[in-house]
Design a protein around this ligand. Structure first.
Ligand code: GUN
Ligand code: ZN
Length: 435
């Protein structure tokens, strides 16, 4: 539950107001060397220099001094799989074998609500240990798993997005729903959870291979009925996946054409991977406002390919970054930014650390159309905040001896940091990092 008591957090504040165009774009971010955030009722009430904010704060307000650490908006992970907590680090071949050999067997266990409840506790403890305060998850195909996922988020007061995976073919019987049951179960879950405190429901057809045309039509009908909901699926991750999709949907213009034909695209559609895109697909993504989600550790681990940020954004498409646990190999958004940086380095697209920290905070919030609530530290938004220590480990402390600028510090955090750099994670104003 949210912590309603007022608190004054003191530390070095960093947040973004837009995407930094480069290292010298000081208009894109706000940095306060001795700053403070006044938080109350789960919201940020005031932000600014400590002296100013403290002067306007009622006497007796609890004050927490995080100096010399950095306070940034809580990290946002825009794509991961809740039932893959025990799939991560499985020695598998590429995507389709990995799904069949490890992922589908593990997801079957979520038929048991008690299993989902137990995994949810570990899942949220891990997210918060890593400073991730909002995430967008695929649950399993069992409605139970969605309840387990949102119940535990609700207990912790977290803003989480997620939904029941819709899948009615090319998977084990025990995981398959039908077009009708996926529609009615998703609708019931959506009615139950969407807008319940901080929960957001996401309509979740897994990908073209595991849905019949009838099921994709049902997903499209749901999106039409509930345009306020997000929709998530996967696309153009792996060459064998693309070839199989072509066999299953021979009349579609291309892979994106399948989703386009069923009305699944729009400003709240999150498309995982988007690695092997043709120009038509990029054009349709731009026209529909659909979001491309980059999952670097997963793309490397499954040998899927290199996401081309420059080409995607150059085509006018909004991008987001994510872990994709359990194809992804680390829950930390710092580790994810580091691997993303390397994927882009291989393509001569070198990202500045201001851009990467923007990406995992305000950038991801904007991609989710949630920047009025999270991602910025702006007064009036939710008090989801992460406190970072750039000297958390010996190699970091040694490297920091020679760091002179904020950008250098951010790059040390990104390149060497992980959960050990996360000092605290505030969820709606409540200190929530598991001990
Ligand atoms: N495509 C369909 N399902 C999945 C999944 O669970 N993980 C990844 N990485 N790709 C997928
Ligand atoms: Zn995924």
């Amino acid at each position: 539950m949210a912590d309603t008591s007022a608190k004054l957090l003191r530390g070095r504040l960093l947040s973004f107001s837009s995407a930094p165009k480069g290292p010298d774009d000081t208009d894109a971010y706000l940095y306060e060397e001795d700053g403070a955030l006044l938080i109350s009722d789960g919201k940020i009430v005031a932000r600014g220099p400590y002296a100013d904010i403290a002067a306007g704060t009622p006497g007796g307000t609890e004050e927490i001094d995080h100096r010399p650490h950095l306070l940034v908006p809580g990290f946002i992970d825009t794509h991961l799989h809740f039932p893959q907590v025990q799939v991560i680090a499985s020695w598998a071949d590429q995507l389709l074998d990995w799904l069949n050999d490890y992922t589908f067997p593990a997801e079957q266990k979520f038929a048991d609500k008690a299993h989902g409840d137990r995994i949810a506790k570990g899942f949220y403890d891990t997210l918060l240990s890593n400073g991730t305060t909002t995430a967008v998850a695929y649950c399993s195909s069992h409605p139970n798993s969605v309840d387990a996922y949102f119940e535990e988020a609700d207990r912790r007061g977290m803003l989480m997005l997620g939904g029941k995976t819709m899948m009615d073919r090319n998977a084990p019987e025990a995981l398959c729903d039908t077009a009708d049951s996926a529609y009615s179960d998703s609708k019931a879950l959506l009615e139950k959870w969407h807008g319940a405190r901080r929960a957001h429901y996401v309509i979740t057809p897994r990908f073209a291979i595991t849905s019949t045309p009838e099921q994709l039509e049902a997903a499209g009908a749901l999106l039409k009925e509930y345009p306020d909901c997000h929709l998530q699926t996967h696309i153009n991750e792996n060459h064998n996946e693309i070839a199989f999709t072509k066999e299953l949907f021979p009349d579609a213009a291309d892979y994106l054409g399948v989703y386009e034909d069923f009305g699944l695209l729009g400003g709240k559609t999150l498309l995982g991977h988007c690695i092997h895109m043709n120009d038509r697909e990029l054009g349709v993504m731009r026209e529909t406002g659909s979001v491309a989600v980059f999952c670097p550790t997963s793309n490397l681990f499954l040998g899927s390919g290199l996401f081309d940020k420059k080409r995607t954004e150059g085509a006018g498409i909004k991008t987001a970054i994510a872990t994709d646990i359990g194809g992804g190999t680390n829950y930390s958004m710092l580790r994810t930014l580091d691997e993303g940086y390397k994927v882009l380095q291989l393509q001569r697209q070198r990202l500045h650390p201001l851009e990467t920290f923007y990406w995992t905070t305000l950038g991801n919030a904007e991609a989710l159309s949630l920047s009025d609530r999270i991602g910025s530290l702006d007064p009036g938004t939710d008090a989801d905040i992460v406190v970072l220590d750039a000297k958390a480990t010996r190699p970091m402390a040694l490297r920091m001896e020679t760091a002179e600028t904020l950008s250098e510090e951010l790059f040390v955090l990104q390149t060497l940091g992980d959960d050990r750099s996360v000092v605290e994670a505030y969820v709606a104003g409540k200190a929530s990092k598991p001990v």
